[in-house]
Design a protein around this ligand. Structure first.
Ligand SMILES: *[C@@H]1O[C@H](CO)[C@@H](O)[C@H](O)[C@H]1NC(C)=O
Ligand SMILES: *[C@@H]1O[C@H](CO)[C@@H](O)[C@H](O)[C@H]1NC(C)=O
Ligand SMILES: *[C@@H]1O[C@H](CO)[C@@H](O)[C@H](O)[C@H]1NC(C)=O
Length: 379
């Protein structure tokens, strides 16, 4: 009996011990399932996005997760950041999208895009900061520099994070036109940019913002230097292989420092007709940046061109490069000379304000320019 009692007690004890073992197995199985499920869902979210996974798992929740319906805001809001991952081909295609209805269905305040084509730093930035002060909403800034250069403007600067994705650009080569088209394309992404000015790090504004905005916005024409030069440095650079797209009578020359409106900017960014001709036949002593845009725009929209530049360049010192002014040059006499004694046509009427910008100024010119600016430049 003693043994029988013992046996019963032992087998009951075994049963009691067997129960937690079964529980433990179930628990392990449950944990393994949990692990597998979480791995699978992480994988699916990575590959298909959270919404799809959630939608398949919980279809009834979908209405809550759908995006807001399209609003106009979505189409007219400029990109929040200038940096993007588009290639030139993708960027130009995107920038070439344009409305076919002329009237904007919202209150559009047209802006001037100031596009700086630079090597790196902007030594005259303090002058420009003064110039732009108090006019936000009427301008945007875009900077194209060598890709190796990293700008470090303070968050309070007008140049802070205004750098666009850039590539190496060489003077006189097609890569400089590519850089200018890249600047235009980036600026076109903001639908409120109506006028586009190309500048360099050695340019200064000759008037205050109000005068310049008024002058550009009220002009019937865009300011592109374009003239027919019969000599060896004009027509002499024309190559017959450019025909029939470009005839010699259409061949133009002009400084690259342009100011154009949105329509002309679209022509430039969307051009696939003239680009191959210039890139193949305007080299090596052709200086494509002096011919491509003036010629192309003369063919596309001659009636929209003033055929003169609004950026003053001084060639009086002779040589292959225009004069660069340093600190010793900047006197009161110099400032007077720079602003006076011109006549040109503005909206087909004679005017004495012919240039809105001037170049080239060395970094050392900053200090005297900054001192004389209130008296002569009005900002
Ligand atoms: C800008 O300059 C013009 C002409 O010099 C002047 O009449 C005008 O008051 C100036 N505007 C501002 C905002 O300083
Ligand atoms: C600019 O030149 C073109 C021809 O090259 C001409 O048709 C146009 O009228 C000129 N613009 C002005 C304002 O004279
Ligand atoms: C303006 O031009 C006239 C004649 O060309 C000249 O006599 C005068 O000195 C010039 N004025 C300035 C400020 O350069």
């Amino acid at each position: 009996m003693e043994n029988g009692k013992d046996f019963a007690a032992i087998s009951r004890a075994n049963q009691i011990r067997a129960l937690p073992n079964r529980l433990l197995q179930l628990l392990v199985l449950f944990l393994v399932l949990c692990f597998v499920f979480s791995v699978v869902s992480v994988y699916m979210i990575r590959h298909y996005g959270a919404n799809d996974v959630v939608a398949t798992v919980m279809p009834s929740l979908q209405p809550f997760l759908e995006e807001e319906p399209f609003s106009l805001e979505r189409w007219i809001k400029p990109p929040s950041k200038l940096l993007h991952s588009m290639s030139d081909e993708e960027l130009f295609w995107r920038a070439s999208l344009a409305p076919r209805i002329n009237k904007y269905p919202f209150n559009r305040v047209p802006k001037i895009a100031f596009m700086f084509l630079t090597k790196g730093p902007l030594p005259l930035a303090p002058l420009w900061e003064r110039f732009f002060k108090g006019h936000s909403g009427l301008y945007e800034i875009y900077v194209h520099s060598l890709p190796s250069y990293h700008a470090d403007f303070a968050p309070t600067s007008v140049f802070y994070r205004r750098q666009v994705p850039s590539q190496v650009a060489e003077w006189g080569k097609m890569s400089i036109c590519d850089a200018e088209r890249r600047l235009l394309a980036n600026a076109l992404l903001d639908i409120n940019n109506e006028w586009f000015v190309l500048l360099s790090e050695s340019c200064i504004p000759l008037y205050n913002f109000s005068v310049i905005y008024h002058y550009i916005s009220k002009s019937r024409y865009s300011f592109v230097g374009a003239f027919d030069d019969p000599g060896p440095f004009g027509r002499g650079r024309y190559d017959e292989n450019m025909a029939p797209e470009v005839q010699i009578s259409q061949w133009r020359k002009g400084s690259q420092w342009f100011q154009i409106n949105r329509k002309l900017a679209l022509f430039i960014v969307a051009d696939t007709k003239f680009y191959p001709k210039f890139s193949e036949f305007c080299k090596p002593h052709c200086y494509v940046d002096e011919h491509y845009f003036p010629t192309m725009l003369t063919i596309r929209a001659p009636n929209l061109l003033a055929n003169r530049s609004i950026t003053r360049v001084d060639w009086s010192r002779g040589g292959a490069h225009p004069a660069t002014f340093g600190s010793a040059d900047i006197t009161e006499q110099f400032m007077k000379r720079m602003l006076e004694n011109y006549t040109c046509l503005y909206n087909d009427q004679p005017t004495s304000i012919c240039y809105l910008f001037a170049r080239k100024f060395a970094p050392s010119a900053l200090e005297p320019l900054f001192l004389l600016r209130p008296k002569y430049l009005g900002y």
